[in-house]
Design a protein around this ligand. Sequence first.
Ligand code: FAD
Length: 417
Amino acid sequence: MKITILGAGVIGVTSAYYLAKAGHEVTVLDRQSGPALETSFANAGEISPGYASPWAAPGIPQKAMKWLFMKHAPLIIRPMMDAATWRWMTAMLRNCTSARYAVNKGRMVRLAEYSRDCLIALRDETGIAYDHRTQGTLQLFRTAKQLDGIGKDIEVLRADGVPFEVLDPAGCVAAEPGLRPVRDKIVGGLRLPNDETGDCFKFTNELQRHAEALGVTFRFGVDIRGLRQDGNRIVAVETAEGEVRSDDFVAALGSYTPALLKPLGLRLPVYPVKGYSITVPIVDEARAPVSTIMDETYKIAITRLGDRIRVGGMAEIAGFSSDLPANRRATLEHSVEDLFGGAGNQKEATFWSGLRPMTPDGTPVIGATRFANLFLNSGHGTLGWTMACGSGRVLSDLISNTKPEIETTDLAISRYH
Ligand SMILES: Cc1cc2nc3c(=O)[nH]c(=O)nc-3n(C[C@H](O)[C@H](O)[C@H](O)COP(=O)(O)OP(=O)(O)OC[C@H]3O[C@@H](n4cnc5c(N)ncnc54)[C@H](O)[C@@H]3O)c2cc1C
């Protein structure tokens, strides 16, 4: 079958790879000059099924009020609220009950665990390299209250069969020797040994080459303007360079997917939650992290990527803004310097922002729509890198009429109806 994929972020490219492997004739369109140049460009690098949880959780509304007034705040809400922002935030707050959290988390863990397994299989079959490491994630607690509060998370990890280790400060230093000089700031940690790390941009670029070898055509610099429908079918993608026709279409435009679907009468509740990262060249190997550290106090991830440290985090409700305020950079610098002081050269660091395509329930939207030949793979929010391979594989199975290896009915857009 001829399939057009809209978007060459990590989600569009993994979809293309699996669809081509399943024997389809695939074309990928993107406005950028290459793959992964928007949100998939400089994320925090965590492949973290162990931390797959929706942001909408019980107690979050109260915590959010506190975060808003912190100096190095993990959450920022800019005073420019429009109807779309209010609608999305209200939907997210409705998901903050224990019952909804359990359902949403269950879906996310299922997809994220499957995705990590798909990534390992893909790595084995292609030999793809992307500064990856398989040394787990360490969630770091600076207060006894944080450490005492992990009971619920541990229950969930146990129930889901996810291996974990609760560490004292010495255990944290053994896992991350660069933390030795700041041992006194740490009260403990929760380590997830099966989590991985890697550079999502490098991975997506490498996978593009593998997809091309399987026959996928990539067309870059193509601005997508809309979808032309005829009854319950999509006839063509309208682009600045004319129409592109095919049998099936996959929308994987990240935060820009809702705008594409709106004229068709499809409402996809995906909001662009902005985040920031810095990438710092390592100058002192002995002080540098060896894997990912999640600093629970600032909600910032510090990840080792080859000879660089990637520091990423913050959730900013600011619409489609792409500005780079100096105080956000200061928060990231503070977080890494406070734990791994002197490991990197901040003067040479690069600063970046990206828009997480977030659904209010944290789960991406994957699968069929009411248009017979239009499929979605979008809304991966905080965990698009973690969930990319599983999402691409599941989508390919659904389009190919092959039974997916995990349950997928609750991933489709129909769950919002
Ligand atoms: C600060 C930060 C840290 C993060 N850390 C992690 C992490 O550690 N682990 C993790 O799993 N996830 C993380 N994420 C989330 C992850 O990066 C995203 O979920 C993922 O990149 C989304 O991929 P995507 O392909 O859906 O979107 P994108 O990468 O944005 O791809 C969408 C593509 O569509 C194209 N496009 C859009 N509109 C048009 C148009 N009109 N015409 C043509 N092309 C168009 C864009 O050019 C783009 O290439 C993080 C995100 C941020 C912001």
